[in-house]
Design a binder for this molecule. Structure first.
Ligand SMILES: Nc1ncnc2c1ncn2[C@@H]1O[C@H](COP(=O)(O)OP(=O)(O)OP(=O)(O)O)[C@@H](O)[C@H]1O
Ligand SMILES: [Mg+2]
Length: 370
């Protein structure tokens, strides 16, 4: 029934093949999980979650079938011709240089819409993904995305699992939290870090862990996280999120934009900018939305739907951005529907003025994670 197997990826738990399915007359992906590497409970979790997700949502990679033999569990999945976003971006990055950022053909706002739509659908069914990252976002040849790899997903809204997901993308409270953490809010953090990766080719922190002293678990969002983060970048982010994002991601782009030389330290941020995000202000605002509504330390402040409304506003103001933004535009933008002062958009210079002088750990922290 399945022939012409071609290996796509081999990870720590599974090997994924492209295969021809003669009954369906199309290619499928076979996710083959050796029985000795995975418990039956583990695979049953992925199977049950995929079954619950069904085949209706266009941006969720659906399960077509499932079988097992003596040695393997096999999930038969919709095949996505263009692989995952991480690999796609790696190819693009190789084509760019520090002074000539590569331009990508993908449509950022469309990807944001599709990713949030897929997640909100899952969340509506009570399912949290728990491993949002570019490696788990697949691309079709039409340029659409499909969210995949539901191996870590859960139906538990509150969890005490402190070791699930991928460090670069994990919300701070998943490293330890007083009363468990809200798994759906953790997905929003993962989306925030993923969007930074998609824009800049780099994750902002190696991990968002704040080690507990004397074995205490931490309390988040109540101003009680006055401890020192493990990762220097994350510590900078905790002290001054806008300043950190400006220095880490935006300053190099501003230099290039203004024709000024940019000399990076050891590890340098990858510089490449989306084609549909041509104006520097637009990039600033997108960062601001991520910092305020997705990758924000207080889980209660995270909201996928609110971010989407704000992203749309940025794109709707596209024509203004392209002609150069005015003070009036900013005023209108802020007045237009966003009633929370903390989340209003600011102008670019205020983001810049938030810059602190502390030195940064400018290390490449990218690397495909399993
Ligand atoms: N349906 C698919 N179509 C095309 N490629 C796929 C498909 N499913 C998975 N892949 C590729 O295989 C990789 C691994 O798949 P997946 O993430 O589901 O497995 P995994 O065992 O969780 O891997 P890892 O441990 O690396 O996260 C994906 O990152 C993607 O590149
Ligand atoms: Mg994966």
């Amino acid at each position: 029934m399945y022939s012409n197997l071609e290996q796509i990826q081999s990870g720590s738990f599974s090997t994924v093949y492209k295969a021809w399915c003669s009954t369906l007359n199309k290619y499928v992906a076979l996710k083959v999980i050796p029985k000795q590497k995975y418990t039956e409970t583990g695979i049953m979790n992925e199977f049950k979650i995929m079954k619950a997700l069904g085949t209706k949502h266009p941006n969720i990679c659906s399960m077509i079938d499932y079988y097992e033999d003596d040695n393997n569990y096999v999930l038969v999945l919709e095949y996505c011709e263009c692989g995952d976003l991480y690999d796609f971006l790696s190819i693009v990055k190789r084509q760019g240089s520090i002074s000539h950022p590569a331009l990508i053909q993908l449509d950022f706002i469309k990807i944001v819409h599709q990713l949030i739509s897929a997640l909100e659908y899952a969340h509506g069914l009570g399912i949290a993904h728990r491993d949002i990252k570019p490696e788990n976002i697949l691309l079709t040849k039409e340029g659409n995305i499909k969210l995949a790899d539901w191996g870590h997903a859960t139906l538990n809204r509150i969890s005490n699992d402190f070791n699930i997901g991928t460090d670069n993308y994990r919300a701070p409270e998943t490293f330890g939290c007083l009363n468990g953490h809200d798994t759906i809010k953790c997905d929003a953090w993962g989306v925030g870090v993923t969007l930074f990766y998609l824009m800049f080719g780099q994750c902002p922190f190696r991990n968002a862990e704040i080690p507990s002293n004397d074995g205490d678990l931490y309390d988040f969002g109540k101003g009680k996280h006055g401890k020192t983060a493990k990762c220097a970048n994350f510590q900078q982010f905790l002290i001054d999120p806008y300043g950190f994002i400006y220095r880490y991601f935006l300053e190099p782009i501003v230099c290039i934009h203004q024709g000024r030389p940019y000399t990076a330290g050891d590890g340098k941020p990858s510089l490449y900018v989306w084609q549909d995000m041509v104006n520097i202000y637009q990039i600033f605002y997108v960062c601001r939305i991520i910092v305020d509504n997705l990758a924000t330390i207080d889980a209660d402040d995270r909201s996928l739907s609110r971010s989407l409304v704000l992203f749309d506003k940025v794109w709707n103001y596209n024509s203004n951005f392209n002609q150069g933004i005015t003070a009036q535009d900013i005023k209108e933008f802020n007045a237009d529907g966003d009633n929370n002062n903390n989340r209003t958009m600011d102008n670019a210079s205020s983001m810049k003025s938030n810059m602190a002088n502390a030195s940064m750990e400018r290390k490449q922290i990218i690397g495909k994670s399993s």
